[in-house]
Design a protein around this ligand. Structure first.
Ligand SMILES: NC(=O)c1ccc[n+]([C@@H]2O[C@H](COP(=O)([O-])OP(=O)(O)OC[C@H]3O[C@@H](n4cnc5c(N)ncnc54)[C@H](OP(=O)(O)O)[C@@H]3O)[C@@H](O)[C@H]2O)c1
Length: 304
């Protein structure tokens, strides 16, 4: 059976990956960007879901500008809380499940062991608050949901840390990167694959395992460790050396406070859906190589 999935935020990192990878999971993607479907518009959400008649909805739309959210609280709430609420209501009315993506930033970030799904949330910034409010809004109106929390997302497209490091590394030749925030880089394609596998499994199971799950790359590092892996790959592939210095968050003040610990425990998704997190270094090397291949070596000015 081919499932029809309505995907929101299809121009984003995970949304693009979902749309591209859906056919290989026998899922027909009805991809919408913010121009086709603004999830903050409740009427539009209801109408499009009625028209398209999907078997399920995957929400990849979000307000993801973590620092800007401190100034644009209302907009961030509209997209990250009201939007998911509209989607959940429309899905409940149509009796179809909603798959949604949330974040490690809903946790306080002062732990020392990986956060489990059952751990108490306590966001430290507005973005985290709005994402937590979105989770709660979904749970309140549509029990038939999957909420997948992930972290430190990167992809070949879009704006992300990996691409920023490549651009700055080639421009400057030396960088300082914070070494006191711990988490796990997660490739958008892997997150999309996990969601598509879950979509198929919940659609065919007699008793679907709805609920909240964690999924990131396997292992953990810091932003400094992440950058080190990127630049080691650059050196191996191009011979270019980029010098890297570890520093502290205090040296790089940002409007939004970041958790120092946001490693997620991903055992539940593995046990329930047999979805195994992939070694974060392998995936970072893979994507860095791909990005380097896409550019004209040795001049990397095109990376943005
Ligand atoms: N990026 C990370 O490091 C990270 C970490 C943890 C969790 N997450 C979560 O993972 C999910 C996917 O993130 P991502 O990195 O793929 O995000 P992204 O690249 O920023 O994409 C988000 C997409 O949402 C769209 N969007 C914004 N407002 C919208 C609206 N009102 N209606 C419809 N679409 C709207 C944006 O479109 P426009 O550009 O047209 O506005 C954009 O294409 C999000 O739920 C995010 O919170 C991300």
């Amino acid at each position: 059976m081919v499932l029809k999935a309505l995907i929101t935020g299809a121009n984003g990192q995970v949304g693009e990956a979902l749309t591209r990878l859906a056919p290989s999971h026998t899922i027909q993607a009805f991809a919408t960007n913010s121009e086709i479907l603004d999830i903050t518009d409740g009427l539009q959400v209801t109408q499009i879901i009625r028209q398209v008649e999907p078997d399920l909805v995957i929400n990849a739309a979000a307000y993801t500008a973590v620092d800007k959210a401190e100034q644009e609280k209302q907009r961030a709430f509209a997209v990250n809380c009201e939007g998911p609420r509209h989607l959940a209501r429309a899905c409940a009315m149509q009796h179809i499940p909603l798959l949604h993506i949330s974040t490690d930033y809903i946790f306080a970030g002062n732990g020392t062991s990986p956060f489990k799904e059952t751990d108490d949330p306590s966001p430290q910034n507005i973005y985290g608050e709005t994402k937590l409010a979105g989770e709660r809004a979904i749970r309140a109106v549509q029990p038939n949901h999957i909420i997948l929390r992930t972290a430190w997302v990167y992809s070949l497209t879009g704006k992300n840390f990996l691409k920023t490091m490549l651009r700055l590394g080639f421009d400057k030749g030396n960088l300082s990167v914070v070494d006191d925030q711990h988490g796990t880089p997660s490739f958008a394609d892997d997150i999309a694959e996990a969601l598509l596998i879950m979509a198929n499994k919940i659609s065919t199971a007699d008793k679907p395992s709805f609920g909240t799950y964690h999924y990131t790359g396997a292992g953990r590092t810091t932003w400094y460790g992440f950058a080190k892996e990127i630049f080691a790959t650059v050196q191996k592939e191009t011979g270019k050396e980029i010098s890297l210095t570890p520093t502290t968050s205090d040296a790089f003040p940002t409007p939004a406070k970041r958790p120092s610990w946001s490693v997620l425990n991903c055992e539940k998704i593995e046990k329930t859906f047999a979805i195994t997190p992939k070694n974060w270094q392998d995936r970072v090397r893979h994507v860095t190589k791909k990005l380097l291949e896409q550019q004209n070596l040795p001049n990397q000015k095109g990376i943005s």
